[in-house]
Design a protein around this ligand. Structure first.
Ligand code: NDP
Length: 688
């Protein structure tokens, strides 16, 4: 038996009493937390508690110190993995708002302490030291990115926002925010602020912002500068829509929708099909615009982005006339029928990776069903949706049936919260999905959420190797990896791993990264500098956590590419399920290869994620393929292919990857509501 040294016993006891104090503060608050209460909870005598801490003040100070120390340790751990000033700022945010301490128990304990800080010197000391450390870390990292006064001001804002989200989360009893959405809010704020500072002339970088809401409100009404991420060139400047504009759009849409819904399905369908033809006719021009705005290679936008949007308009144009309810026989005395009616005015909110396609995926079914749509593209990629609006108008769509709201997240929120809008369909991150759903709840709007993923792609030993390699590349490097359904966890069965890696390495290393407008380019630019930093941060963490870079692994510079956001297609081998690159959505050209032995094992590992957007299986054994697919928790699956999304097949996720479906007949259900009608065919037999 091992003898435990006395000091260690004492330390363990102290730590236990501190833990119990945190529990007590969380449960019964500051006043209820007495030495007797702690002793009772810990099953020791009050004398023993005072032996360790003196009095209640001593106990509380030690407990507060312990809480602050946990954050400091987490911060140090994250600093060790951060390889850029921006990543270090993120480390501060993540350490303060990480899931391991952003919870009811810890939050309530912090809240109890905060309430006492002004009256209690010991607690004040801890709080001051904690705040000072956070501010000085933030300031010194920010100074490496922006001028000193702007750095000091932004550091203060970040610290205030961290406190603010904690406080609001605690005061709302953890209904208003969770770790993920809190971090998403801070991250978006910091990225947005850095972007603004990067483009504002010196001296303008210190505008103070009081709260995230105020920051967001201030953004609405500002102009949106649209930049080519491959060159940094300014493409356009647009005004952002605020509350007055959104109200006017909804008003206009309400009137237009009634007339639109009064047309027959054939008439509505004809207009959508005409729009499809116009899109096809303008493929070259629109593809070029999309390439300039997104950084995606022209060979992709010419063959997918515009044409898949046109397919979608054509498909729903064809379906419009057949949208119908059903007839129900209720015996001789009655029959029933259902009417499939439009919802009214609906909103679409898009992400930046497939701007035109997303606008079509949302507007085509919405309009086919007789709704009017107000669509908000991502602030980063607002241009092609403007062209879609022009195409609709030319095709004969009545004014007001499709309108664009341009702006940042706050404009999206105006739509999501608007009383006149009956549904919102979002494509975006999980955190945004939660925020949209919460906002939509106040007016009981329906929601369709197409969110993020970390999808598994499973390659069995009997798979055709070249197909499997091609599938993995399609599922990771198309659109520079900025595809929600990407199969970024590539599970390869042990027997073929070496051969797979070798073939993959050779083909990936040969990919042409370059000017997106050059037809030979296969991998273009990422969407923004901020996003590029995020992707590079993941690559650095992959390395630091022990994964091996097979190919790629860094920024691509040289010549004109130095002006843009280019990252080499990257393959990591020797990955483990608990690495950051394997657990979190990167949304860049980064593939993680994992090894597995048998079917049950790989199914369990593939499902061990909060996401559930997509999955793929490569095998020549089709019985196994169907058996495995049936057990995978994913909304959209492929057998012996990856990432093909024909409009006929419903698309969407399960678990945290979303709600509802786009494409296929399934989308009709999400843009209509049923009215049930009972029709009596005989006199009423009245009991009265
Ligand atoms: P975001 O979630 O950041 O933004 C999506 C859209 O929502 C943008 O127009 C954004 O405006 C807006 N928005 C942000 N916050 C709010 C809010 N609180 N209320 C209303 N609207 C809001 O996503 P990204 O644009 O960064 O796109 C990348 C993400 O999208 C990835 O997670 C990816 O997986 C997912 N995605 C999912 C797909 C799917 O079908 N499942 C397909 C493609 C992408 P603004 O940009 O102006 O801030």
């Amino acid at each position: 038996m091992l003898a435990v040294p006395r000091d260690e016993v004492e330390e363990t006891r102290r730590a236990q009493l501190i833990e119990v104090t945190t529990d007590s503060l969380a449960n019964v608050g500051f006043v209820g937390t007495t030495l007797a209460e702690i002793a009772g909870r810990a099953g020791v005598s009050p004398g023993l508690v005072s032996h360790y801490f003196g009095d209640k003040d001593g106990l509380l100070e030690a407990s507060f110190r312990a809480l602050a120390r946990v954050v400091a340790v987490r911060m140090r751990e994250r600093f060790a993995l951060a390889d850029s000033p921006r990543a270090r700022v993120q480390a501060v945010i993540d350490a303060n708002l990480g899931p391991e301490n952003f919870d009811r128990r810890t939050g309530n304990a912090w809240l109890a302490f905060w309430g006492q800080v002004l009256h209690f010197e010991g607690l004040k000391r801890v709080q001051t030291a904690y705040q000072r450390r956070m501010l000085s870390n933030l300031r010194s990292d920010l100074r490496r990115m922006i001028p000193g006064d702007a750095a000091a001001s932004l550091a203060a804002m970040i610290a205030a926002m961290i406190d603010g989200v904690w406080l609001r989360a605690a005061l709302s009893e953890w209904r208003e925010a969770d770790s993920e959405s809190a971090r998403a809010l801070l991250t978006a704020f910091v990225d947005g602020r850095l972007r603004e500072l990067a483009r504002s002339p010196p001296g303008e970088g210190t505008r103070t912002v009081g709260s995230p809401e105020a920051a967001a409100r201030a953004d609405a009404g500002q102009s949106i500068r649209v930049v080519n991420p491959a060159t940094g060139e300014l493409l356009a400047e647009l005004g952002a829509d605020g509350a007055a504009q959104v109200d006017a759009m909804v008003e206009k849409a309400l009137g237009a929708q009634r007339q639109w819904a009064a047309l027959s399905g054939v008439e509505r369908g004809r207009i959508l099909q005409r729009a499809a033809q116009l899109l096809r006719a303008r493929n070259a021009e629109l593809a070029e615009l999309e390439t300039r705005n997104t950084g995606k290679p022209i060979q992709e936008t010419r063959s997918v982005d515009v044409l898949s949007g046109a397919d979608c308009l054509e498909y729903y144009g064809g379906l419009a006339a057949s949208i119908a309810g059903e007839h129900l026989d209720l015996g001789r005395a009655a029959f029933g029928y259902t009417r499939r009616e439009p919802l009214g005015v609906v909103a679409g909110i898009g992400a930046w990776n497939y701007p035109l396609q997303i606008a079509c995926w949302k507007s085509a079914p919405a309009l086919a069903c007789g709704n009017a749509m107000i669509f908000k593209p991502s602030e980063l990629t607002p241009l092609s949706a403007v062209k879609l609006g022009e195409v609709f108008a030319e095709a004969g769509l009545p004014p007001g049936v499709f309108q664009l709201a341009q702006g940042h997240a706050e404009t999206g929120r105006l739509l999501t919260r608007h009383r006149g809008i009956r549904k919102v369909s979002l494509t975006g991150e999980v955190g945004t999905g939660k925020a949209v759903m919460a906002d939509a709840a106040a007016t009981l709007k329906q929601v369709t959420l197409e969110l993020g993923g970390k999808s598994p792609l499973i390659i069995f030993e009997d798979a055709k190797l070249d197909n499997a390699v091609a599938g993995a590349m399609l599922g990771n490097f198309y659109s520079a990896g900025e595809v929600c359904s990407n199969g970024t966890r590539v599970f390869v069965q042990r027997g073929i791993r070496a051969a797979f890696i070798e073939r993959l390495r050779a083909r990936t290393a040969a990919l042409i990264v370059g000017d997106p407008l050059d037809p030979r380019t296969q991998v273009g630019a990422l969407i923004s500098e901020g996003h590029t930093e995020k992707v590079l941060g993941f690559i650095a963490r992959g390395r630091a956590q022990g994964a091996r870079v097979v190919t790629g692994g860094g920024r691509v510079t040289g010549g004109a590419l130095s002006r843009g956001c280019f990252v080499a297609p990257t393959v990591f081998d020797q990955c483990h399920d608990d690495m950051d690159i394997v657990r979190r959505e990167i949304f860049g050209p980064v593939m993680s290869v994992l090894e597995f032995d048998d079917e049950d094992e790989v199914i369990a590992r593939a499902n061990a994620t909060e996401f559930g957007l997509s999955a793929g299986v490569f095998t020549r054994d089709l019985t196994r393929a169907h058996r495995v697919i049936a057990q995978l928790q994913a909304g959209t699956c492929w057998i012996n292919h990856y990432n093909v999304t024909p409009v006929e097949l419903p698309f969407g996720g399960v678990k945290m990857s979303g709600l509802g479906r786009e494409n296929g007949r399934a989308a009709i259900e999400h843009y209509t509501q049923l009215k049930s009608v009972y029709v009596a065919m005989s006199d009423i037999e009245s009991p009265y």
